[in-house]
Design a protein around this ligand. Sequence first.
Ligand SMILES: Nc1nc2c(ncn2[C@@H]2O[C@H](COP(=O)(O)OP(=O)(O)OP(=O)(O)O)[C@@H](O)[C@H]2O)c(=O)[nH]1
Ligand SMILES: [Mg+2]
Length: 384
Amino acid sequence: MFDFIKKKIKDSINSIQKKLVKEEESEEKKLEEHGQVAENKSQERMAEAPVKNEHADAVAIKEKQAETLESKGTERQTAVGESEQKPTEKKKETSEESGKKHRIFSHKINEDDIAGIYSGIRDALLENNVALVVLEAIHNDLRENLVGKEVSFLSNKKEIEAAIKKSISDVMLEYPVEKLLSEIKQKKPYTILFVGVNGAGKTTTLAKLIRFFLKRGLKIIVSASDTFRAASIEQLEIHTSKLGVKIIKHNYGADPAAVAFDAIKYAKSYGADLVLVDTAGRSDINKNLIDELKKVKRVSKPDLTIFIGDALTGNDAVNQAKIFDKEIGIDATILSKADVDKKGGAVISISYVTKKPIMFLGTGQGYDDLVPFDKEKTAGFLLD
Ligand SMILES: Nc1nc2c(ncn2[C@@H]2O[C@H](COP(=O)(O)OP(=O)(O)OP(=O)(O)O)[C@@H](O)[C@H]2O)c(=O)[nH]1
Ligand SMILES: [Mg+2]
C-alpha cells in the first residue's frame, strides 16, 4: 500500500532539506566574509606599526591568521553538527556569533514551505484516489502543525515526516476491537449485518470474522440472507462447515429478512452470543437492493451494520459507503483486499467522508487474513 505516495513524500521532504542547506551555505558565506574583513584590518594595523622586531610581528600575524582559520573551522564543524572540540579549547562566543549560529541551525517553517510540501504530495494523493475533501483536511492539518515551527537542520526531516504522518492519521477514524468485543458482551445475541456491492468481499470477511470470534470463545449463528446470487448459500455453507458453526438457510428467492429473523430466533434459544447476517450485493446500488436491505435491517434490528468495501476500487468504495450510509445506515467499515491495493486512497478517505470508523482491513483470502485497523500504523506505512 501507498507505494507511489511514499516517493512523493520523500521528495517533498528532500526539497525542504535542500532549502535548509542553501540557507546554511549563504549564512556560512556571510560569516566567512566577516572573518576576511577582520583579517584584512588586522594586517593593515600591523603594516602601519613601527618595525621593532620583525620576527615577533611575523609570529603575531601567523597567530592571528591561525586564530581566524580556527574560528572558521569551528563554525564549519558546528554547522554540520560534528563539533569535536574539547571544552577547554572552545572559543568563547559573543552573543552576536551565537545568534548567527542559531540562524544556521534552525528554520521557521512558513506558508511557502507548506505549499511546497503539500504540492508535492497533493497530486500523488489525488492519483491514488484520495478524496478532495480529505486532501483539504490534510492540507489544513499540515498548516496547523507546521507553520511557525522552528526546525533544526538536523531534525527537520523527522519533524516534517512526523507532521505528515499525523495529518494523514488525523483524517482517519478507527473502531477498536476492544470496543467491539465489550459491546458484544453486553447483548445476547449481538447481531451484525454485512452490506456492500457484489464481489466486495462480504461473505469472505464474514467467514474471517467467524474465525476471529471463535478464537475469543464466542458462540456464533450465521444467517444465509443472500438468497439472490446463485451458489451464494453453498459458498457460505462451505465456510460454516469448515469453521464448525451453525448456519440458518432458506431456499434461493426466499425473503432474506425472514432468514435473519429465524437465525436470531434460533440464536436466542441456543444461547448464542452472535448472529452474523450475510446479504446479497448487486452490480450497482439499485432500488431492489436498497429495499431488500432496509427490510432485513428493520426485521433483524442489527446492533452493528458493517459496510464492506473493496479497497481496490478506491473512490468507488467511498461513494458506495456514502450511499449505503444514507439509505440503510452504517456503523463501521471493513475494507477488503488491502493486500493487493497499491494505492490506499480508500483507506485514507473512507472514514473522513462517511464519519464512520474503519474496523478491520482484509489482507488476503485466508481466514486469518484480517487485521484490526490501526490508523497510526497505517499512516506509518506511508513513510517506511
Ligand atoms: N486478496 C484478497 N481477496 C479477497 C479479500 N476478501 C475477499 N476476497 C476475494 O474477493 C472475491 C469476492 O469475495 P466475496 O466474499 O464472495 O464477495 P461478496 O461481497 O460476498 O460478493 P457477492 O456475494 O457476490 O455479493 C473472492 O474471490 C474472495 O476470495 C481480501 O482481503 N484479499
Ligand atoms: Mg457473498
